[in-house]
Design a protein around this ligand. Structure first.
Ligand SMILES: NC(=O)c1ccc[n+]([C@@H]2O[C@H](COP(=O)([O-])OP(=O)(O)OC[C@H]3O[C@@H](n4cnc5c(N)ncnc54)[C@H](O)[C@@H]3O)[C@@H](O)[C@H]2O)c1
Length: 406
C-alpha cells in the first residue's frame, strides 16, 4: 500500500520535530503532501524537507478547497488556543484528525469537538502518547496480577530545564494565554490514572504549595537577561546560560529559540527573547508543584504529584493492589511486579510513546479501525475534565464532585 497522504497543520517544535522525523524512519507509512503554517520560514523549511508542491503550501486552513484535495488524514500540531477552530474546520470537511493534546483550552471546547466529530462521522484521535509507550502498555497488561487495585500514584517530575523552558519562560507559562499546567502538562498523567482505574471519577481535590517563580521579590541588581552579568548567575539553577548553552541534549528546546539553531543564533535569542530572561521577571503564573487526589466510582483512589525538581524529566508510578504492588520508573525503563523485575529500554519522559502512537494510528487507519484506538476523543474527555477540575479545585480550595461540575 502506498504511503498515506497527510496534511500537517502547524510546523512548530512538534510538527518539524516528532511528526517530520517519523517520516524519515518510516517512509512507507505516510508522507506529507500539504502544509498549513502561517510562519513563512517554518512553512518553507517543512515544505523543503518533504518536497511539498508550492500549490499545496498554505498560510491558513481557509485557503484549502477540500472538495478538490486528496488527503487521508491531518495532524494538527497548532498552539493550544488554535485547536478548536482548526479541528472544527478539518472535521467539518471530513478529514480524520490526529490532534495534539490538549484537545481545547476549555472543557466546552473539548466536549464540542466530540459532538462535531460524531456529527460528521469523522474520527478525532488525541495525542495522549503515553498510552502507546511500551512502559505503560506493559503495566496495563500486568495490572490484573496484583488483584483488586486500591491506589494509583503517578509522579511527574518535569525537571528544571524543561520546566523553566516551557512553564516559566515559554509557551505555557501563563494559564490565561494557554491553559493551566494541569491541562497543558499533566493531562497525560490524569489520562494514565483514569485508564488504569478504568472507572468514572466521583470526587477530586487539588492543591499546590508556594511556587518558586510567582511573586518572588528579588534584588534590584539582578539584570533582565541572565547573559547581562547576573550577580547570582553562577549559583542560579535557572540561569539560561546553563540551560541552553553547553547543552546539546536540549536540541528540541533550541528550536523554540531559533528555527535553525546555531551557537550565535541561540546567544542572540538569549539576549532578546523570554528564553534568556530572568525567571523572576516574567509573567509566569503556573505552579511548579501540584498534588491532586481522585476517588473513582469503583473505590480506587488516584494520586498525581507534579514537581519541577531535578535535572531530568521523568515519570514514576506505584500501583497498590490486594495481591501486591507494581512500581515503575519510565526513564530507567524498569517495572517491578512485586519482586519480579521487567526491564525495558531506557527512555525520555514520553517512553517513545510518540513513535508507537504514530505506528498504531497508521495501522488502524489502514484497517479502517481508528475508532478502536485507546485515545479517541470520547476516551480522552474524562481525563481532560479531571485536568480542568484539578485547576478549579486548586484555585478554590474545594473538593469537587465530578458529575456536578463544568
Ligand atoms: N503530545 C505531547 O506530549 C506534546 C508535547 C509537546 C507539545 N504538545 C502540543 O503540541 C502542540 C504544538 O506544540 P509546539 O511546541 O509544536 O508549538 P509551536 O508553537 O512550536 O508550533 C505551533 C506551530 O503552529 C503554527 N500555527 C499557529 N496558528 C496556526 C494555524 N491557525 N494554522 C496552522 N498553523 C498554525 C505556529 O506558527 C507554529 O509554527 C501544542 O498544542 C502543544 O501543547 C504536545
Amino acid at each position: 500500500m502506498n504511503p498515506l497522504s497527510v496534511i500537517m497543520i502547524g510546523a512548530g517544535e512538534r510538527g518539524l520535530g516528532v511528526y517530520s522525523d517519523y517520516v524519515k524512519e518510516n517512509p512507507n507509512d505516510y508522507k506529507f503532501t500539504h502544509i498549513v503554517e502561517p510562519n513563512f520560514e517554518k512553512r518553507k523549511a517543512f515544505a523543503k524537507i518533504h518536497k511539498i508542491k508550492a500549490k499545496n503550501q498554505y498560510e491558513t486552513l481557509d485557503q484549502i478547497d477540500f472538495e478538490d484535495t486528496k488527503i487521508d488524514f491531518a495532524i494538527n500540531a497548532t498552539p493550544d488556543i488554535e485547536h478548536f477552530k482548526t479541528t472544527n474546520t478539518l472535521l467539518t470537511n471530513k478529514i480524520p484528525t490526529l490532534l495534539e493534546k490538549p484537545i481545547g483550552i476549555t472543557y466546552n471546547e473539548c466536549a464540542e469537538l466530540e459532538k462535531i466529530s460524531k456529527k460528521h462521522n469523522t474520527e478525532l484521535i488525541i495525542c495522549h502518547v503515553l498510552r502507546y509507550s511500551p512502559f505503560y502498555q506493559t503495566i496495563k497488561k500486568i495490572i490484573k496480577k496484583i488483584g483488586y487495585i486500591n491506589h494509583i500514584k503517578q509522579v511527574e517530575i518535569i525537571g528544571i530545564p524543561h520546566f523553566t523552558h516551557s512553564y516559566v519562560r515559554g509557551k505555557w507559562r501563563n494559564s490565561k494565554k494557554s491553559g493551566p499546567i494541569s491541562l497543558t502538562k499533566t493531562c497525560h498523567d490524569f489520562d494514565i490514572i483514569q485508564w488504569f482505574a478504568n472507572s468514572t471519577p466521583l470526587k477530586i481535590t487539588s492543591y499546590s504549595a508556594k511556587s518558586e517563580f510567582i511573586n518572588k521579590i528579588i534584588d534590584k541588581t539582578i539584570p533582565d537577561y541572565c547573559l547581562q552579568g547576573c550577580p547570582i548567575g553562577k549559583t542560579c539553577p535557572y540561569n539560561s546560560k546553563k540551560i541552553y548553552l553547553n547543552n546539546s541534549e536540549k536540541s528540541w528546546m533550541h528550536k523554540d529559540l531559533v528555527i535553525n539553531p546555531t551557537k550565535d543564533g541561540i546567544k542572540k535569542a538569549l539576549l532578546t527573547t523570554n528564553y534568556g530572561k530572568c525567571v523572576y521577571k516574567l509573567d509566569n503564573n503556573v505552579p511548579d508543584n501540584q498534588n491532586t487526589n481522585i476517588l473513582f466510582k469503583n473505590s480506587i483512589t488516584g494520586e498525581l504529584i507534579m514537581l519541577m525538581t531535578g535535572a531530568k524529566s521523568n515519570r514514576k508510578i506505584v500501583i497498590t493492589g490486594t495481591k501486591g504492588v507494581i512500581r515503575g520508573n519510565l526513564r530507567e525503563g524498569i517495572i517491578y511486579l512485586n519482586n519480579e523485575i521487567i526491564k525495558l529500554e531506557k527512555s525520555n519522559s514520553h517512553g517513545y510513546g510518540d513513535r508507537f502512537m504514530l505506528k498504531e494510528f497508521v495501522r488502524s487507519f489502514k484497517a479502517n479501525k481508528l475508532n478502536k484506538l485507546p485515545t479517541t476523543i470520547s476516551r480522552s474527555l474524562i481525563s481532560h475534565k479531571l485536568a480542568f477540575l484539578a485547576e478549579e479545585s486548586r484555585k478554590s480550595n474545594e473538593l469537587l464532585i465530578f458529575n456536578e461540575t463544568i
